[in-house]
Write a protein that binds this ligand. Sequence first.
Ligand code: AHR
Length: 635
Amino acid sequence: AYVVDVAKPIAPIQPTMYGIFFEDINFAADGGLYAEMIKNRSFEFDTPLMGWLQPASDPFSMNEKSGFASAIKRSEEVANAHFLRVTVKADTGYRLTNTGFRGMGIQERMQYNLTLMARQPEGNTKLHVELIDTTGQVLGKATLTPSGSAWKEYSAQIVATGTAMKGRFSMRFEGKGVVDLDMVSLFPENTWKNRPKGMRADLVQLLADLDPGFLRFPGGCIVEGRTLARRYQWKKTVGDITGREVLINRWNTEFQHRPTPDYFQSFGLGFFEYFQLAEDMGAEPLPILSCGIACQFNTGELVPMDELDPYVQDALDLIEFANGPTSSVWGKVRADMGHPEPFHLNYIGIGNEQWGPEYIARYQVFEKAIKSQYPEMILVSGSGPFPDGEMFDYGWEQLKQMGAEIVDEHYYRSPSWFLENADRYDRYDRNGPKVFAGEYAAQSVAIASPDNKNNWECALAEAAFMTGLERNAEVVHLSSYAPLFAHVDGWQWTPDLIWFNNLESYGTPNYYVQKLFATNRGTAVLPLTEGGKPVTGQQGLYATAAKDAATGELVLKIVNSTATPQELNFQFKGVARLAKEGTLTVLQSDDLEAVNGFAASRNIRPTEQPLSTSGKRLALTAAPYSLSVVRVAAP
Ligand code: AHR
């Protein structure tokens, strides 16, 4: 029998145990969570008209000689240097069309809110703005009349009369003249919490449903940049969106499995928005900052030690931005953005996947500076990616000797590795640093192979591994699957937790594993043994038990990784009796290759049923290839 000792909790399970890793990879931010539909709205991409079709390249344009557009650069500006000058030479015919991020999702009856900055130094040109589908059919339109030589904001609301998965936005100019344009922006009205220029509601809802304990942002490799100049700098991502400097994305690539040379970061989704998102979901914000080393898989550029100050200052100022009084410099920036209350930042990460003596030297400078000013701040240090999957020493020992609080480990490995490593943390020193399993995902083919699938085999292996995370809650304080999001037409890395197109989204089997663990977390881990041993793969079974102090329930998570049903009997020590009835939630498929998809978004999904107990004992059949979650009250 399997024995659960309710009277002897091993350790608290941290509220941060299961969280979210967010990185702008696979069009997760621009083209994804950030609901802006116009690509290159401020003409700041390296090629200033990228994303915009002019008559020569526009299949629906009638007249190539009707005008032209040129990007003009204001030398005194840094963040939003370019604007577009449109010279209209014919009374009709000139148009500019934005193709969106692999098209634009247009939904019938949805209202789309357009804003743009414009002026008209010459002539008398009208601007007809249109939503169009792939055949050129107009799905909604409005007319603007820019006038005068001063910049003004113009807006229009357009209600779509049809649906298009890969729609476009056109500006048709009528009447000769010169029109200047900037910050051409189009958002659906139904953003998350109806915030103007906000986030895609369906995608945030999927995140909120995970009840995440923390939100890690903004990555990932984009924290580091391919070069230091292209690292993520949070100060450039706050304040008015017109002042946020566009940056080439580290995942902008001609060479990856799918070319994405048009991948830039507008930073419309910036640090304020990440903090706000964390707050919306009741998750701890967990920003990761550059430690002065560019991505070690690329240039690995290092900032000299005597030039590290601005990097450290960024960390100190971020703490002030999040928590400081509104009278402080950065606290005021937060307040001016509409959030005078602090964001309650408790954790800050220094560097992503960095290692070696250069990392340790830089981390120590951050640690000293932050701890001397903010001793209560919890620091997350990095440890590299564990390429061989073993206890490859990427500085762990040194971090341990230095008394590091939390070390971030990453592993992208085969499903069998995850099954075999469910006992990984059994061997970790209880008195050493705590673990943040900050990026992990089973790879069905090979790391980041374009052929990887979010199949049930991978999800089940992750579930087995996660029982090991939870059993070791004394050591593991945070964990997150990665990457989080992928646009079906714009990804660079697979597998990913949530897939979306321009209109729809779905959770993978891996998503439902994460959701079941996170929403059945419990507050203290309990001993669960079979023959005196923890259940870490004997007969292909993996299990963990927890107590939920908030509800008075016991929570069991059981993974059967075999093709055979298994009859299991549980006994409970240290508890007078169990409630007569509990619940059994099962995620299961007989087919290890099974996946979810847009047309079958709930192919693999949890099903719930009542479960009877005898008061002291509980029997259940663990179905083949299944994750079972039992909740039963123990009054
Ligand atoms: O999750 C994708 C990438 O994998 C992350 O950006 C990086 O940290 C890791 O190597």
